[in-house]
Design a protein around this ligand. Structure first.
Ligand code: E4P
Length: 216
């Protein structure tokens, strides 16, 4: 499973990129707004220059024509821009147009296997089931990831599953075990994935033993 960073924070993206563990970034209007990127074009271009992989930028209109226009504009910003489009009838229509133009789509706000199936049929390169938001309302969000992995595999569909709305490190393990192609992970959760108290304790003991030897 690959890991994308789910943020529009440039410092976090630089930090995660340095570790060599992320291969893409997902943004959404809320994440861009949180960072106060009034010049969001410049921000997205900068992110695209830091990470050599798919960078998702979301449309902010609801009609198919407007989505296609937004997508064409964003796709010109950098070769690795991927367009996030919500899973609605208009979103499916826009995706099928963009597929023919070679513009990659990440179908977002996906909450059911049927939505994910339609996303693949419309030509989306990626589909993002929102695990945490489903968990929040008492559903098993990861089941949608499992179902989509199975459905895409059954029919050799090329659409990749991005486990999104990840809330804690256990979600990452479950997504990897479910066979998700990608999990898009907030920076704080990426940091939690690295942490283990026994690693810290081990380093501390090794260093103090080394000091005892070398300072004799
Ligand atoms: C990423 O593609 C999604 O926009 C993001 O994971 C949503 O996460 P949230 O449910 O925590 O806002």
């Amino acid at each position: 499973m690959r890991i994308f960073l789910d943020t529009a924070n440039i410092a976090q993206i630089r930090s995660a990129a340095k570790m060599g563990v992320i291969s893409g970034v997902t943004t959404n209007p809320s994440l861009i707004s949180k960072e106060g990127h009034a010049d969001y074009e410049a921000a997205v271009k900068e992110i695209c220059s830091i990470v050599d992989g798919p960078i998702s930028m979301e449309v902010t209109v609801e009609d198919a024509k407007g989505m296609v226009e937004d997508a064409r504009k964003y796709a010109k910003w950098a070769p690795n821009v991927i367009i996030k489009i919500p899973c609605t009838a208009a979103g499916l229509e826009a995706t099928s147009v963009l597929k023919k133009e070679g513009i990659g789509v990440n179908m977002t706000l996906c909450f059911s296997p049927n939505q994910g199936l339609l996303a693949a049929l419309s030509g989306a390169a990626y589909c993002s089931p929102f695990v945490g938001r489903l968990d929040d309302v008492g559903h098993d969000g990861m089941q949608v990831v499992r179902d989509l992995v199975e459905i895409y595999r059954n029919y050799q569909m090329s659409t990749q599953v991005i486990a999104a709305s990840i809330r804690h490190p256990l979600h990452c393990i479950a997504a990897a075990k479910a066979g998700a192609h990608i999990a898009t992970v907030p920076y704080n959760i990426l940091m939690q994935m690295i942490q283990h108290p026994l690693t810290d304790a081990g380093i501390s003991r090794f260093l103090s033993d080394w000091k005892r030897l070398t300072q004799k």
